[in-house]
Every structure is written in C-alpha cells, then in structure tokens.
Design a protein around this ligand. Structure first.
Ligand code: CYC
Length: 205
C-alpha cells in the first residue's frame, strides 16, 4: 500500500465535520449584550497531507472586526485510546492568513514549518450524546499571560449537530480562581454555514 494513504478513525472524521463551520453567537449576544460580545468562529478543514492526519484552520473574531481575528490557530485531531486529542498550533506570521477560514484559497500557502505546537494546550474530546464534549488536558500546563497575569487555561466545550458551546477561562495557578473569561457561562454558537463536506472520507492521500 502507498505510504501516503492511510485510514482515519471514524470518530475523528465525525468530530472534524462537526467543528468545520462558520459559527456565530449572534442570538446570545443580542439577548445578553453586557456579557457576550458577538463572536464568529471560523473553522475550515485543511488538507490531510499537511500534518499527516485531520487538521483544521481556526479563526476567532469579533463580528464587527472579522478581518482582524484575535485568535488564529491550527487544530490537529489525533486519535488516542478512548478519546481524541486536539492539538493546538500557533501560526508564524499569521496575519497572512487573516480571513482564510472564509477564503480557503489563502490556505494553500500554509506549511508545517510555520506551525508551533502549544504544549499543554490540547483539548481532550470524548463522545457525548450525538456529539462530543471536551476539556483542556489536565495539568494546568496551558499558560496564558493576560494583563500582566500568568494564568492557566481551564476550558470546556461541547459540539453536536445543533450547536458549539465553549467556555475558556484563565485561572490563577495557586488559588484556581477565575482571572479572565466569561462570568455568565459558555459562549453558545450555531452554524451560519457548514464546511463538513470538505472533510475527506476515511482514506486520505
Ligand atoms: C485561549 N482557547 C484558548 C486556548 C485554547 C482555547 C486551547 C489557549 C491557547 C491559545 O491561546 O490558543 C480553546 N482549543 C480551544 C477549544 C478547543 C481547542 C475550545 C476545542 C475545539 O482545541 N474563547 C472562546 C470564546 C472567547 C475565547 C469565543 C471568549 C471571549 O471560545 C477567548 N480563548 C479566548 C482567549 C484566549 C483563549 C481570549 C487567550 C488568548 C490569549 O490571550 O493569548
């Protein structure tokens, strides 16, 4: 068999298809403006060849500043025993890719050399109901500096055909108290558009 052809675990395909979308929390932001900004999360499938597995390009932005995302990452979905590890990668010179989640032609220039894994910042995803739920890998190792404070990320998410909900919080390393992140519960996103059909079938090449 050709080395570059391999089988991808069905649950990895399923998770990738659920995450691959243009998400918005518009309804939540309109109902509860003081607590929830209107955020767009764009997640676009990347070629299997890029990281020899299923990976996704992610952009988070305020809806009014869609061309200036405040967080841009690549996610790699790695099958583990009993769960899926979602590795998070930073992209060097990321500005070149602003807007690429909705303009995927721009992603053609993305190369593995530009990706740097964020150690300790994987999410572990487990099947739940019709979808998945996930949490930051245990260990308080995902360190986020914000406003001169060193915090660790304590995040959870859930995704299914109806919604993507996510709660990212930075916590104090000693007291475990929340330092940043929503005080009013998770961000609740729904799909504006799905990109599920861009995730390949079980064999990639
Ligand atoms: C940070 N959000 C992070 C980090 C992770 C995630 C791993 C820490 C590392 C980093 O900066 O990339 C989240 N990673 C995820 C999730 C998955 C994953 C959820 C599963 C698909 O693989 N986050 C939101 C809200 C918004 C938010 C829409 C609230 C305003 O989901 C913000 N996340 C947010 C911020 C940071 C962050 C502000 C810190 C970025 C920084 O200050 O450097």
């Amino acid at each position: 068999m050709n080395d570059s052809v391999f089988t991808i675990r069905p649950d990895v395909i399923k998770l990738a298809r659920l995450l691959a979308a243009d998400f918005s929390n518009q309804a939540q932001a309109f109902e509860n403006p003081p607590f929830f900004a209107h955020i767009r999360v764009g997640i676009r499938p990347l070629p299997i060849d890029l990281l020899q597995g299923v990976s996704l390009f992610l952009e988070q932005a305020y809806d009014i500043y869609m061309d200036q995302p405040y967080r841009l990452r690549v996610l790699k979905l790695v099958p583990q025993a009993g769960y899926i590890e979602i590795e998070n990668y930073q992209v060097s010179d990321e500005a070149e890719f602003y807007g690429a989640a909705r303009n995927p032609g721009k992603l053609a220039d993305l190369r593995p050399e530009r990706l740097q894994k964020m150690v300790g910042c994987s999410h572990f995803a487990e099947a739940q109901g019709q979808g998945f739920h996930g949490y930051v890998q245990p260990g308080k190792k995902c360190i986020v500096h914000r406003n001169d404070e060193e915090t660790y990320l304590a995040g959870t998410f859930a995704v299914d055909e109806q919604r993507f909900s996510s709660l990212d919080r930075g916590c104090d390393l000693v007291t475990d108290q929340r330092v940043w992140g929503s005080v009013a519960g998770p961000f609740e996103f729904v799909r504006v558009q799905s990109f599920a059909d861009e995730v390949p079938d079980l064999a990639g090449s």
